[in-house]
Design a protein around this ligand. Sequence first.
Ligand code: BEZ
Length: 212
Amino acid sequence: MATIRLGDIAPDFTADSSMGTINLYDYLGDSWGILFSHPADFTPVCTTELGTAAKFKEEFDKRNVKMLALSVDGADSHAEWIKDINEVQQTTVNFPIIADDDKKVSDLYDMIHPNADNNLTVRSVFIIAPDKTVKLILTYPASTGRNFYELLRVIDSLQLTAYHKVATPANWESGEDVVVSPAIPTDEAREIFPKGVDEVKPYLRMTPDPTA
Ligand code: BEZ
């Protein structure tokens, strides 16, 4: 197990899942990806998270992001648990859940933090760009369910900043003003961003979202 850091290439793997054998790179193709771990099957918070994730799939699809969950139980257990999730969350889990009973993928991605729990994964999130570099890593404890609106928001920021010379300020939502990349001089920024550049400070220049 090696520590994975931002900018690293996401390690490839082949694993069993609730939808059969999956190879990460084949599954992602040229899309973005989100890989998120769940401590275990038949646990309450995970049940709410996976139901919520299923309801958000259309939003991830719109952003060209393939979803891939993981839990440290086997495929048969996942199949039974998915029936419960669909029932109690009134949805259809419509993306694969990796069956990681041998903890191969959890170890590869350092999802088990022994001082938190020796056997279960924490709630890890990895967002992977089409070039397979890791663009975002989040780690939540088992006791805190993730906010899927925040995951979409951060994907909007990652995709905008990947293709435009901007950064996004605190609490930014798609369509709001963005920060001009500090590396660009203001006179150059005025040429790149025809919607206008507001120089609040020489180091803080705002411009309308170039995609809005
Ligand atoms: C849960 O998903 O509810 C959960 C899993 C492990 C520990 C605590 C909560």
